[in-house]
Ligand binder design. Structure first.
Ligand code: FMN
Length: 338
């Protein structure tokens, strides 16, 4: 029987327990990606709070990606020292820390002209090679900054999520409409990262479904996950569009992407992490023991109570105090309003 509070292996990383902080952006960095004091305090709180590993908020691989305001970045060497401070904070409390590498928009500067948020169908092979390079270079910086791993953000309508989705990708080349070809960009990034920094854990966050007409289906997502597992991905975190469902109630409607994650965990032999709506210890231990899911990740409950894992471990097992109102999305620094 799997328990939440037992040590477990995420690839070569040993975590103190099976709880992971799912990527949660703070939106606090300046336009160049510099991180303020307040952001380090968020990580101090999480590291003290007892979660087994922390995945950073999305961190852009490109200097000129302004898909969201306040994006952290690992897009140039000048930012490495600031990230090193963040990893030191986590390591001081014996927490593993991974950086979520993301691209929101791809912008091209060529022949003296700047083109913003280029349509996927309009991208040249050179553009795709540039995207792959952005991720690999950021992973190199992640290693220098002391991260234990990187998470490739291929979910939630970010660039890679759009690229693997038939709703956005209508190309007719090596990266075209078939599932395997759409997924090839992730495999190319994975192989590039593994070649450049073999010691880093590489995980990915992917939609189990786009939940939109013509979007990525569960069957297609499973196929891409299988290809990634075969190509050396170390773990996969299952999410989906409609990411942060409101009105979650303990014992009623938790773990809303569970069915897909159970099917995926049966198919592949790498650890599967499930995010989305975990609120009570009872439901979480039952999810862990229904099948082969190895880790559960949390976002809003740790916005509400960064020390929730420690509270549970001390014996106060009341469910998360998060009421899933999603008001944290609206506040500066994404704080809980309750
Ligand atoms: C304020 C906020 C910021 C988020 N930022 C990110 C992010 O940077 N990257 C990401 O993949 N998901 C992000 N998410 C989604 C969460 O990681 C998670 O997938 C979702 O909220 C469901 O899990 P939960 O029920 O534990 O909150 C964010 C969610 C919230 C509430």
């Amino acid at each position: 029987m799997k328990r939440i509070f037992e040590s477990a292996s995420l690839g070569k990383l040993t975590l103190e327990n099976r709880l992971i902080r799912s990527a949660t952006r703070e939106g606090l960095a300046d336009a160049a990606g510099h991180m303020p004091e307040q952001l380090y305090q968020v990580y101090e709180g999480l590291a003290k709070g007892g979660v087994g590993a922390i995945i950073s908020g999305f961190t852009s691989v490109a200097d000129d990606d302004h898909y969201f305001g306040g994006m952290a970045r690992l897009s140039n060497d000048g930012l490495i020292a600031e990230h090193k401070r963040l990893t030191d904070i986590c390591h001081a409390k014996n927490r593993r820390v991974l950086v979520q590498l993301a691209l929101g928009e791809y912008n091209r500067f060529s022949q003296g002209e700047y083109h913003r948020n280029i349509d996927i169908d309009e991208m040249s092979e050179a553009d795709l090679a540039a995207v792959i390079r952005l991720f690999v270079d950021a992973a190199r910086r992640a290693e220098k900054a002391g991260y234990d791993g990187v998470q490739i953000h291929a979910a939630h309508n970010f660039f890679l999520s759009r690229f693997i989705s038939p709703a956005y990708n209508h190309r007719s080349d090596a990266y075209d409409g078939s599932v395997a070809r759409r997924g090839k960009i992730i495999l190319d990034i994975l192989r590039g990262v593994k070649d450049a920094v073999p010691g880093l854990h590489v995980t990915m966050k992917i939609n189990c479904s786009d939940f939109m007409p013509g979007g990525l289906t569960p069957a297609e997502s499973l196929e891409i996950c299988q290809l990634c597992a075969d190509a050396g991905m170390d773990s996969i975190e299952v999410s989906g569009n409609g990411t942060s469902i409101v009105g979650i109630r303990a014992g009623v409607n938790e773990a809303y992407f569970k069915e897909f994650a159970l099917a995926l965990a049966d198919m592949v032999s790498i650890p599967i992490i499930l995010v989305g709506g975990h609120r009570s210890l009872e439901s979480m231990e039952s999810v862990l023991n229904e099948g082969k899911i190895e880790f559960l990740s949390l976002s809003r409950p740790l916005v509400r109570e960064p020390a929730l894992p420690s509270r549970w471990q001390r014996g106060d097992t009341a469910p998360s105090k998060c009421v899933s109102c999603n008001m944290c999305y609206q506040t500066p620094g994404h704080k809980c309003v309750v």
